[in-house]
Design a binder for this molecule. Structure first.
Ligand code: BG6
Length: 491
C-alpha cells in the first residue's frame, strides 16, 4: 500500500470561526470538526468562536454540546463530547474592534496552523479581512495562515471582484479558500473518477455521442426562515452561480494532466469562459424563472413565496430557474446543457442525466415498444450512485426491445455512510489542498455569465411565472427542452 494515502493528518491547528453564533456553525461547522476529531483526523487543535454576542467560553461549550446532541452523534459517548468541547474558546467582540483581534492574535500565536473561517453575513467580510491584516494574522513566521470564505461570494461580477480585491490586499491567493460545499460531496467528486478513471466514458464524452445534458437540483422545502436572505438573492445567485456551475464544470471540463489544484481549476475555468453569453435579446429563449405559490409538497402544506416571512408582497425574486446553456468548445458544440433548480418542488433530488445520441442506423426501430436513448444518470443526492439506461431484448420468440437499468449504489458497494461535505473541505484547507475550492478567476468567470442574465431579467417586463408548491416547476420551463425535441426528466 506504499504511496497510497487514505488519511490526512493536519499539523496542530487553531480554527477561528467568525460568526460562531450563526446557523452554519451549529448545523455544519461544529459537527464537521467533531467528526474529524472522532475519526482521528484532528487531535491537537483549538476552535475559537469569534462573534458579537456576549457569550463566554462556557456558553460556547454548552451551545456546542447541544449542537452535538442529536442525529448521528446521539450514540457517541458523553466523554468524547466533553473531550471535544474542552478545545473550544470564545472571543466576544464586534468585527471592527482592534482589541478583539489583539486577543485573537494572542490566542492563536502558539499554533502552527491558523485557519480563519468567515461565516458572517457577507457585509462583514471586508472589515474582518482588513482587521486580520492589521493584527498581522494574515502572515506567519511558522506554519500557515489561511482564510476560508463562505458563500455568497459577491452578488454580481462587480461585488465579487471587490471582495477578491479586499482579500488580495491582505492574503496571497494560495492562502484563500473560497468554499462551495457541493465540491465536498462524494458523488460530486466521483464525477472526475467516473470520467477520468475509466476508459469507457471519455471517448464518448463529446458532441459526437452526447445529445444533451440535464442538471437538476430540486428542493421540496420553501425558503422557510430565510426569507430576508432569499429576497436579496434568488435562485440564480443562491444555487446556479456556485453549486450548479461546479457540477457543470466537472462534467464538461477537459481531462487534467494531473490532480494538482491549479491544473484541475484551470480546466474548469476554461469551461466557464466558453459559456455562450445569454443577453437580453435571448433571455426568454434560454431562461425561465418562477415563483412558488401555495401548495402541498410531500404531504405537507407549503405557503406561497409571497406569504413567507421577510418577503415583499410584490416580490420579483425567483425561487425557480431553468436554463439552456451552450459551451462553445470543440468538444461541446451543439450540445444543449439544461439546468433546473428551485425550492418548493415535488421532491428533493440532485442528479445529472447525460443522454446519448441514437445509433446512426436504428435497426430495431420497429421492434421497440419503448426504445429510449441511452442515458447515464448520476445520482448526487439523496440517492448516491448512478444508473445506466440501456436497451435490451425482451425475452421471448420475437425481437422486442425496451430500456433496462444498470445500477450502482454507493451504499451497496462501500457499505458505509459518506462523510459530510464540510468535513472533507475543512480537512483539505487544513492540509493546504485547494483543489476543491474555487479560484479567483473561476468565481469571476461564473459571475460574468450570471450577471448578464441578471441584467437581462432586470429589463424584462414580463410577469414572473408561478408554479404550485409540490409541482415540477412552471409550465414555461417545458419549452426549453421541447425546443430540441426533449423532455425534462420526471422529478
Ligand atoms: C445552500 C443554499 O448553499 O445550499 C440553500 O443557500 C440550499 O438555499 C442549500 O438549500 C442546498 O444544499 P444541499 O447540500 O442540501 O443540497
Amino acid at each position: 500500500m506504499d504511496g497510497l494515502q487514505f488519511t490526512k493528518e493536519p499539523a496542530p491547528f487553531v480554527i477561528t470561526i467568525f460568526g460562531a453564533t450563526g446557523d452554519l456553525t451549529r448545523k455544519k461547522l461544529v459537527p464537521a470538526l467533531f467528526s474529524l476529531f472522532l475519526k482521528g483526523n484532528a487531535s491537537q487543535f483549538k476552535v475559537i468562536g469569534f462573534a458579537r454576542r456576549p457569550w463566554t467560553k462556557e456558553t460556547f461549550e454548552a451551545e456546542a454540546l447541544s449542537m452535538l446532541s442529536g442525529g448521528h452523534f446521539s450514540q457517541v459517548p458523553e466523554s468524547q463530547k466533553r473531550a471535544f468541547i474542552e478545545k473550544l474558546d470564545y472571543i466576544s467582540s464586534t468585527f471592527g474592534d482592534p482589541e478583539g483581534y489583539a486577543k485573537l492574535a494572542e490566542a492563536v500565536a502558539p499554533w502552527e496552523g491558523k485557519l480563519f473561517y468567515l461565516s458572517t453575513p457577507p457585509d462583514d467580510y471586508p472589515v474582518i479581512i482588513e482587521n486580520l491584516g492589521k493584527a498581522g494574522l494574515n502572515r506567519t513566521t511558522h506554519g500557515y495562515s489561511r482564510v476560508i470564505v463562505e458563500k455568497p461570494f459577491g452578488r454580481d461580477l462587480a461585488t465579487a471582484k471587490e471582495l477578491n480585491e479586499v482579500l488580495s490586499t491582505q492574503f496571497e491567493e494560495n492562502q484563500i479558500y473560497r468554499i462551495d460545499h457541493y465540491l465536498g460531496k462524494e458523488t460530486v467528486q466521483n464525477i472526475l473518477v467516473l470520467r477520468f478513471g475509466n476508459g469507457i466514458f471519455e471517448p464518448l464524452w463529446n458532441s459526437r455521442y452526447i445529445d444533451n445534458i440535464q442538471i437538476t437540483v430540486a428542493e421540496s422545502i420553501g425558503v422557510g426562515t430565510r426569507g430576508n436572505y432569499y429576497e436579496k438573492s434568488g435562485t440564480l445567485r443562491d444555487m446556479v452561480q456556485n453549486h450548479i456551475f461546479q457540477l457543470m464544470t466537472l462534467l464538461l471540463m477537459d481531462p487534467p494532466n494531473d490532480l494538482s489544484p491549479d491544473t484541475v481549476r484551470t480546466e474548469k475555468v476554461k469551461v466557464l469562459k466558453s459559456l455562450r453569453p445569454i443577453t437580453y435579446k435571448d433571455i426568454n429563449k434560454y431562461t425561465v424563472r418562477g415563483q412558488y405559490s401555495a401548495g402541498v409538497t410531500q404531504g405537507q402544506p407549503v405557503r406561497g413565496y409571497l406569504e413567507e416571512e421577510g418577503v415583499a408582497k410584490d416580490s420579483k425574486t425567483e425561487t425557480f430557474v431553468a436554463l439552456q446553456v451552450h459551451v462553445d468548445t470543440w468538444r461541446w458544440e451543439g450540445v444543449p446543457i439544461f439546468i433546473r433548480t428551485g425550492k418548493g418542488l415535488g421532491r428533493k433530488v440532485s442528479e445529472v442525466a447525460i443522454t446519448f445520441k441514437q445509433p446512426p442506423l436504428q435497426v430495431f426501430r420497429n421492434q421497440a415498444s419503448d426504445e429510449g436513448q441511452n442515458q447515464l444518470v448520476l445520482h448526487i443526492q439523496p440517492e448516491e450512485g448512478f444508473t445506466f439506461h440501456i436497451n435490451a431484448k425482451i425475452p421471448g420468440y420475437t425481437t422486442q426491445v425496451r430500456p433496462v437499468n444498470m445500477d450502482f449504489a454507493y451504499g451497496d458497494a462501500f457499505g458505509e455512510a459518506t462523510p459530510e461535505a464540510y468535513e472533507r473541505l475543512i480537512l483539505d484547507a487544513l492540509v493546504g489542498d485547494s483543489t476543491l475550492y474555487t479560484r479567483r478567476d473561476e468565481i469571476e468567470a461564473s459571475w460574468t455569465f450570471i450577471t448578464r442574465i441578471l441584467q437581462g431579467w432586470a429589463q424584462d417586463p414580463n410577469p414572473l411565472p408561478q408554479y404550485r408548491a409540490g409541482s415540477a416547476g412552471p409550465e414555461e420551463a417545458k419549452a426549453l427542452t421541447a425546443s430540441v425535441g426533449q423532455k425534462w426528466r420526471k422529478l
